[in-house]
Design a protein around this ligand. Structure first.
Ligand SMILES: Cc1cc2nc3c(=O)[nH]c(=O)nc-3n(C[C@H](O)[C@H](O)[C@H](O)COP(=O)(O)OP(=O)(O)OC[C@H]3O[C@@H](n4cnc5c(N)ncnc54)[C@H](O)[C@@H]3O)c2cc1C
Length: 316
């Protein structure tokens, strides 16, 4: 059986890996290249508590486990790190968050002002949530490693844009994991434009031990001299808004205001209108779409890629 997967982002690559695991051949198509869409622009935060008030994401344990498996596979194929495993801290930006972050959590811990001062002396927040299982994925190396792993298992890559599904009639199955391009299928998803700043730490400054989330976030990258400040949620790309991220993050981590900007990264997240979970929808005989990863693509791409591969295998 041969399946065509359109889109080499987190969704398409996860699906590709899991199909190969089930003995199904895959040709992966991407108009731009591996990570050419939102995945390549993402700032890499992976943890179970992304909601404003840190409500645990549905299916968080399974999702973290499935993502962790893919990280290990990518690290093995690449022969080097594709993520920082040093945890993530969220800082409370208002009274509501201060209260919410003090709830008991099974795998996270509240931080009071003293603990914050000790570990993050430059941070101005007075309450926080420490998430030791949190990881920061380095998008470029991770996508590269995951693709290498798929290639080693026999996947084929074609760097071209698929305009019409009829072009793929020779395949036994087709999956569209093509991100923003899926708007034309009138699915229950909304496009959200996201931007992030790639910045250089000032030479003299001590680097942070982990990624920080407050009003916006600061993510570690594979280059210890660089970090990402993210990210915006808009209805269109807006450079002025992207450039304001330094001040926004400076509101809880003032050194960010002095960072040198190296690049602006951009991508479109497709968010489900039905909730936070991704969408797997059959759109014809042996044809599916895999979308709606929204701002939790890293949390859910492993789990939902695995489940879609199982659905395809069962129906073949
Ligand atoms: C600035 C930013 C920061 C983010 N930060 C985080 C974060 O910290 N944590 C997190 O979990 N998520 C984050 N996200 C969201 C995450 O990136 C997305 O959920 C995820 O990338 C979606 O993956 P995808 O595979 O569905 O789509 P995409 O990554 O967009 O992949 C779709 C691919 O399909 C290709 N394509 C499109 N049309 C065609 C066609 N017709 N033919 C061939 N190829 C085609 C594109 O070139 C692209 O490579 C962020 C997103 C942005 C933009």
């Amino acid at each position: 059986m041969m399946v065509a997967v359109v889109g080499a982002g987190y969704g398409g690559l996860s699906l590709c890996w899991h199909l190969l695991q089930l003995g199904i051949g895959v040709t992966l198509f991407d108009a731009v290249g591996v990570g050419g869409g939102a995945s390549g622009a993402s700032t890499g935060l992976l943890h179970p508590y992304p909601a404003k008030l840190a409500r645990r994401s549905p299916r968080a344990d399974e999702a973290m486990e499935a993502a962790g498996e893919l990280i290990a596979i990518a690290e093995h194929a690449l022969g080097g790190p594709v993520a920082s495993h040093s945890g993530i801290v969220r800082f409370a930006m208002n009274e509501e968050q201060t209260k919410a972050f003090q709830e008991p959590f099974s795998d996270a811990a509240s931080l009071d002002e003293e603990a914050i001062r000790k570990r993050f002396p430059d941070v101005t927040a007075t309450a926080g949530l420490w998430i030791p299982r949190g990881k920061t994925i380095f998008a470029g190396p991770y996508l590269k490693g995951l693709w290498l792993a798929c290639e080693q298992r026999g996947a084929i890559f074609q760097g071209r844009r698929i305009e019409n599904l009829e072009e793929l009639n020779d395949f036994d199955g087709i999956v569209l994991a093509s991100g923003a391009d899926l708007e034309r299928f009138h699915l229950p998803v909304n496009p959200r434009y996201g931007q992030a700043l790639l910045c250089r730490w000032p030479n003299e400054m001590e680097k942070l031990p982990c990624s920080l989330i407050g009003y916006g976030h600061l993510s570690l990258t594979e280059d210890p001299d660089l970090c990402l400040l993210g990210s915006t949620y808009e209805n269109e790309f807006d450079l002025k808004r992207a450039l304001s991220l330094r001040d926004q993050i400076g509101s809880f981590y003032p050194p960010a205001r002095t960072f040198e900007i190296i690049d602006v990264k951009r991508g479109i997240r497709m968010a489900s209108k039905q909730g936070v979970l991704p969408i797997i929808q059959q759109i014809g005989p042996s044809r599916w779409v895999f979308t709606g990863l929204g701002s939790r693509g890293l949390l859910y791409h492993g789990l939902y890629g695995k489940e879609l591969a199982q659905i395809i295998a069962q129906r073949s």
